[in-house]
Design a protein around this ligand. Structure first.
Ligand code: TXE
Length: 481
């Protein structure tokens, strides 16, 4: 059985206490690898390696850092098929999605930040002949990067690329549920000849390895993506040490469809925004609000398309919905469907284990996508993040009511608005309390734009120069003339 080791100072190393965790393929329930169950001493070793590498790396010219990261991007591209397969096996997502979304985005992340640092500028504030101020942007030191299981390589590289491009060294802690692409990436980091210690990867549980990183005094910066509850724990550990913290947390995103929308496009994209990656994307639109005059027509078309989604073997290129991340997560998601019934809702389709899966998938964490109606917006099903293939559909009567529903949530990550009325689109977009509003689209990402959440969806913005700002300290130099 494959053992996933830590990557520290350019070498693969077993965890110091010798323990391993099972890594399970959620489509079959079978163990596919054993992953290092690291503890504080492994994190100490990784932070020490990163700290040793930092003085030379921060002095390495931007052009050289760029060249090395471009080389890494090329290596990810050369290993495209293998990485897509590993991601699918580890997370249950369709391999077709890993090929369309996860691996291409990992490549883009490296190329984007490798070139961004060649174009970075800083500011100058002249003081009327008396003095000149200019801003230096300098790397912070050792960056702690904690990433989740839903988009493992995509989100890990979204952190490693800007951190390292900006001149930091890093210790990454991928999710213990999906370590395989991080492990392969570590090998590619070595092959790219990125100096030892610049990128370190420590595997293990959040409560052990993750916590050791967030509370480590040698790590002045934490970038975290994961659940809101965990985010609070990260903040509590990092706060007393005054770390720079960026948190990308959960969402309960509204998807508002006005009567004047292009209905066909709204239905088709709402299928993706509800069920892509089994609904396990923080940006999924899990609460659909439809203007009452088109509610029935939208619902008919939406339910029909939902029923037609191909749920099954993640390795089959035709599969649209794969397995959830684990049996435990499946039970949590299914629990919300029971709760929906208790709260007076009706499940129009889905919510069962698909009956006709081939034998090897019998133990898999599969769930047919579910559409729920008839719920109150204030109930738990419409308030809590389910993070699975479950969507609610609710009618509304006016733009004000739609905005009130959208904002009636602890979360504020993203929203979609469907309308052909441009003025209405602008008004509604401005009124929704969230970090990203898509109009007549979903998940269209320009890597230059600020990305992050309001309220319990997070703290801070990453993306483009916001990422480079986060991963550097601004220093003002004032020169008396
Ligand atoms: O994620 P966790 P979980 C949401 C989603 C899901 C819920 C819980 O609703 O059902 O969160 O998922 C590490 N200190 N999202 O429990 O625990 C952990 O090892 C430091 C939304 O699987 O937040 C992993 O590497 N680190 C989401 C990472 O944090 C800790 C994506 C995320 O795991 C830690 C995933 C600790 N105390 C889940 N505890 C999104 N926003 O995309 C855990 N970790």
């Amino acid at each position: 059985m494959k053992r996933v080791l830590n990557f520290i100072g350019g070498e693969l190393r077993p965890p110091s206490a010798g323990g391993y965790l099972p890594d399970v393929d959620p489509a079959t329930g079978e163990e596919i690898a054993r992953v290092a169950d690291s503890d504080a001493s492994d994190v100490d070793a990784a932070v020490a390696a990163a700290s040793r590498a930092f003085p030379a790396w921060r002095k390495t010219a931007a052009e050289e850092r760029s060249r090395l990261l471009m080389r890494l991007a090329d290596l990810v591209e050369e290993n495209f098929d293998e990485l897509a397969l590993l991601e699918s096996q580890d997370s249950g997502k369709p391999v077709a999605l890993a090929r369309r979304l996860d691996v291409p985005r990992a490549i883009r992340n490296f190329r984007f930040f490798a070139t961004a640092i060649l174009h970075a500028e800083t500011r100058c504030h002249p003081m009327d002949g008396e003095a000149l101020n200019y801003t230096l942007r300098q790397p912070v030191g050792v960056a702690g990067l904690i990433s989740p299981w839903n988009l493992p390589l995509y989100l890990l590289t979204w952190k490693i690329a800007p951190a390292v491009a900006a001149g930091n060294c890093c210790v990454a802690k991928p999710s213990e549920l999906t370590p395989l692409t991080a492990d392969r990436l570590a090998e590619l980091v070595r092959e790219a000849e990125i100096p030892p210690g610049v990128v370190n990867v420590v595997h293990g549980r959040g409560a052990a390895a993750g916590r050791a990183l967030t509370s480590h005094p040698g790590v002045p910066l934490i970038s975290f993506t994961g659940g809101t509850k965990t985010g609070a724990d990260v903040m509590a550990a990092a706060g007393p040490l005054f770390k720079k913290v960026s948190l990308e947390l959960g969402g309960k995103n509204p998807n508002i469809v006005f009567a004047d929308a292009d209905l066909e496009a709204a239905v088709a994209t709402s299928i993706s925004s509800s069920f892509a990656n089994q609904g396990e994307i923080c940006l999924c639109g899990s609460r659909i609000f439809v203007e009452r005059t088109i509610y029935d027509e939208f619902l008919d078309r939406f339910v029909e398309k939902t029923k037609n989604l191909r749920v099954g073997d993640p390795r089959d290129p035709a599969t649209e919905v794969g397995a959830l991340i684990s049996e435990a997560h499946l039970r949590k998601v299914a629990g919300y469907l029971d709760l929906a019934k208790e709260e007076g809702g009706r499940i129009l389709c889905g919510g069962r284990r698909p009956p006709e899966l081939p034998g090897r998938l019998a133990g898999g964490a599969f769930l047919e996508p579910a559409v729920v109606v008839g719920l109150e917006c204030s109930g738990r099903v419409m308030q809590e993040e389910i993070f699975g293939p479950v969507v609610t559909v609710t009618p509304f009567d006016s733009p004000d009511e739609a905005v009130a529903y959208a904002n009636g949530s602890r979360y504020g990550l993203s929203a979609s608005v469907w309308t052909r009325d441009l003025a209405k689109a602008h008004r509604v977009a401005a009124a929704i309390d969230c970090g990203t509003v898509w109009v007549n689209t979903w998940l269209l990402r320009d890597l230059r734009v600020p990305f992050g959440g309001m309220k319990e969806s997070g703290v801070g913005r990453e993306g483009g120069f916001d990422s480079l700002d986060f991963f550097t300290e601004a220093k003002n130099v004032c020169i008396k003339l």
